[in-house]
Structure formats: C-alpha cells, structure tokens
Ligand binder design. Structure first.
Ligand SMILES: Nc1nc2c(ncn2[C@@H]2O[C@H](COP(=O)(O)OP(=O)(O)OP(=O)(O)O)[C@@H](O)[C@H]2O)c(=O)[nH]1
Ligand SMILES: [Mg+2]
Length: 297
C-alpha cells in the first residue's frame, strides 16, 4: 500500500474509561487486555492501522492517576512519555460533564505541547437520553480546542469508524513505519502474560489482582508437533494471596489457566499446554529491581 500520511496517536484518559477496549475496536482485533477494574493497563500497548494511504500507530496507555506505588509511578511515567512524542491524541472520557484532576492534568499536558486532540465520549450505549450528550460535549469543549468530538461506544463499535476518520485527518505526511499487515509490536510472550493477568483481574477481587504480575519463563514449540509449551509464574504480594489465587484444591488456578489457554491459542493459532506457578514476592510493586525483571522499566 502507498502510505503518504502517518503518525503516532496516544489514547489517553483516566483509568477504566475504555481506552483498551477502544484500541481493540479500532484494530478489529483484541490485542489489549480489558477489565472492569481500574488500572488494568500497565504498559504502553502499540496497535497499527494501515488503510487508505495512511498508517496510524496507536499507543494505548495506562489510566492517568495519582501513583501510590513504584509500579504506579512507572505507569504514570509511561503516560507522560507517550504524550511526549505523538502527532495526535484521543482523550477518552466517560459520558459525564465533570472532569477529575487526572483529566485536567492530561489536558494541560497536551495543551502545552499543542497536540491536536480528538475527544472520544465513550460508553454512549449506557446513555439513555442522548440530549445529555450536548451538555457533556459543551463542558469538555470549554476546556480544550478539540479537533473533533465523537461520541462512541467502544463496546458496540458505534462511532468508531467516524473517530478513525477524524484522527486520520490529523496525520501529517510521513513514512510507513510498519509493514502493511502489522497489528502490534508486542512479542507473543508479552501478550500471553497479559492474557493471564486479564483472567486474574476477572476472577479475583479487590487488591489481589492489582498485586499480581506474570512472567513467562518458557515458551517452546515441541518438535514435530504444533503444540506450544508455556510455563508462567504468577507473582503476588502475600502468602495469603497465594492461597486465594491457587484456590481450594487448585480450583482457581485451574480456572485461570483454562481461560487463559483458550485465549492464547486463539491468538497464536497453536494448541497450547499452559503450566502456571504462583510465587510470593513481598511488596514487589515498590521494588525497583523486581519491577525491572518483570518488564516494568
Ligand atoms: N458499556 C460500555 N462499557 C465499556 C465500553 N468500553 C469499555 N467498557 C467497559 O469499561 C471497563 C474498562 O474498560 P478498559 O478498556 O479496560 O478501560 P481502560 O481505560 O483501558 O482502563 P485502564 O487500563 O485501567 O486505564 C470494562 O469493563 C469494559 O468492558 C463501552 O463502550 N460501553
Ligand atoms: Mg487499559
């Protein structure tokens, strides 16, 4: 394809507004994990769309928040670094007229850099009275000179193509950064680890999943077979959490493993033999060295 326009687009917003769901909707493929709990995304996730002579490189970012741990600081830094070198931003918000401090901080940051931005008012499938959107849009528009405002539902894909059109319009002339068929630059290992973390977020309550991290220690295709052996370690913060993650008779860990395996198989197109271990690493979210070995550096 003849790419003439291209650029990097940061997807930003407070936690849990649907940034990762939106990335997946834009790509038409699930590459970013999603959960109903805030602070799901920890790393910058890249997704590439190449169409109509343009290539857009989307950067899904962690939800902007006030960090309480070193991991939190790493996540906030990831947001700030993502904003630093993009051609455009999509600010994703709940269908609400109020802003929180993290959102105001994001607006201030993109404003200072004069980054063209599109406001995506997400979750409109939950808005009963569409007239309410007018007031919401007016409230946000007073705070920033958005290039466009698009009400969307990342969940149903309503408005997503329109959003894509608006963002494409903002792309400067530029080269093709990735081959036509590139979807993400994440290695399979990273995706597999994230899928396991998604299941932990889905199945466990409160702080426990937020205190977990997943490391893929082995990913190996068996000779003369399509089967891939994956060995992964789930790190958690306390001995008591370990017990809950494993569950009675290993039931919880089995559930996590089964759900993760199905998703990993779908993604890599091979049968997978997934083995999970659970280990305790005291207060790892505040230990620089451990964060590094877990890929948060
Ligand atoms: N009803 C509805 N729910 C949505 C929509 N988009 C996302 N959600 C839900 O909102 C929750 C958060 O979605 P995520 O995509 O993980 O949100 P995020 O902004 O990436 O969250 P962090 O990574 O924690 O910052 C999930 O339960 C999603 O299913 C939408 O358009 N409509
Ligand atoms: Mg996310």
């Amino acid at each position: 394809m003849d790419v003439k326009h291209s650029g990097f687009v940061a997807i930003i917003g407070k936690p849990n507004v649907g940034k990762s769901t939106l990335l997946n909707a834009v790509l038409g493929e699930k590459i970013a994990i999603v959960s109903s709990k805030p602070q799901t995304t920890r790393n910058r996730i890249t997704g590439v769309v190449t169409r109509g002579g343009a290539q857009l490189v989307f950067l899904d970012t962690p939800g902007m928040h006030r960090a309480r741990t070193k991991l939190g600081e790493y996540m906030v830094k990831t947001v700030n670094e993502s904003i630093a070198d993009v051609d455009a931003a999509i600010l994703v918000v709940e269908p609400e007229a109020e802003q929180n401090p993290a959102e105001l901080e994001l607006l201030e940051k993109i404003g200072r850099r004069k980054i063209p931005a599109v406001l995506a008012v997400n979750k409109i499938d939950t808005v009963r009275h569409k007239e309410a959107l007018i007031q919401i849009i007016a409230s946000w528009s007073r705070l920033y000179d958005f290039a466009a405002v698009v009400p969307v539902s990342a969940a149903t894909r309503d408005g997503v193509d329109l959003l894509l059109d608006e963002v494409t319009r903002l792309m400067p002339e530029g080269p093709q950064y990735f081959p036509d068929d590139t979807l993400t630059d994440q290695p399979e290992r990273a995706v597999a680890a994230e899928i396991i973390r998604e299941k932990l977020l889905m199945l466990l309550n409160d702080e426990i999943p937020h205190g977990t991290a997943v490391s893929i220690d082995k990913m190996h295709e068996r000779e003369n077979s399509e089967l891939i052996d994956i060995e992964a370690v789930i790190y958690c913060e306390k001995e008591s959490h370990k017990g809950i993650i494993i569950g009675k008779g290993g039931e919880m860990l089995k559930k996590v493993g089964t759900l993760a395996r199905i998703d990993i198989e779908r993604l890599i197109g091979n049968k997978v033999n997934l083995r999970l271990w659970v280990k305790v690493k005291d207060d790892w979210r505040n230990r620089e060295g451990v964060l590094k070995t877990l890929g948060y550096d």
